[in-house]
Design a protein around this ligand. Sequence first.
Ligand SMILES: [Zn+2]
Length: 396
Amino acid sequence: MHLGYPDKGHVSTYYPDSPDITTEEIEHTADLLKEEGLMPENTRMRKTSSGDYEVLIASAVTDPTVHDTKKQSWELGGPYKGKTLRLVYGDHEKEMAKIASNLAEAKKHALNDEESKMQAEYVASFHDGSMFAHKDSQRHWIKDKGPMVECNIGFIETYRDPHGIRGEWEGFAAMINKERTKAFTKLVESAPEQTPKLPWPKDFEKDRFLAPDFTSLEVLTFAGSGIPAGINIPNYDDVRQNEGFKNVSLGNVLSAAAPKEAVPFIRDEDQDVFDACKDPAFEVQVGLHELLGHGCGKLLQETEPGKYNFDIKNPPMNPVTGEKVKTWYKPGETWGSVFGGMGPTYEECRAESVAMSLCPDYKILQIFGFGDGEEVGLICDSQCVRRRLTRLPGHQ
Ligand SMILES: [Zn+2]
């Protein structure tokens, strides 16, 4: 039983009561909704007994006064001629009503204008089923920099929809870890020294490193099918490119694993050292992944017709082929639009590779308080490692 398209023999709750819905039908209707400007994150899809299609939109009311699209139903063409596609509001009705009314309560306790507007947009989004309102909520969320208590909520990640466009509900509340955030801030400040260590020429880097906002949090509660160790949202590409995004490391996620859980690829005699080092090592890894990984790099692009953000007469050298680059992004393109469903995976690999490659760098390890590479003794057992770690600043 894998999560996947129903017609491939897999299961999905995104296509309820629709045992015979095909991948082609899901694709065709998704393409139409995209053209019509309806964002799919808060939707599910149903094929009725008459063969028509219903887009179920999560909202507290079945008849909202505002809609994200002008039209509410469409006559289909091509192989689906004679069939209709219509929007049906009120999916998860009870839950959405509770969520909206609780967020309206939360709004009363907002600490600043951005938080207040963010909560108002959340309420509008979950009450009326508006993704535009959710997008606006995120615009205020990114402007609420480094709050002591951080939260986010909505249909965010699309990993579990076989078509990769419908979101999974998630929400979290977390508190800032000031001590760790200090180390991450230092890492960002040192970015201009670190990025030249990456195995590509400086032409592939932004002229000025744009540091993403990054805080280390301790999770109080995280509702979702899995808890990530770090997040980088919102996912709305245009907001990310033009207005920004926030990075958070969820520091206590790793230590939430069951203690002494057997790790199959670690030898018994190495287990203690592994246990003692994995949290601090992971902290470095997550910081590098989120900050330098997602933060570095430049899209070589024709930014508007005839204008390039690199020297078109003398394009940068591709370090893989040793020749000058022959392709670049066209006006309006992003890696999301070019690589499609493969885009996020590619981007994660990139961020992870940057982290892997910079992890053993002593200048970086020093920022996190892990010495400068000079050996002070053999790492003999977990006690020894622990003693050493406890002597380091920032790791009481
Ligand atoms: Zn990432």
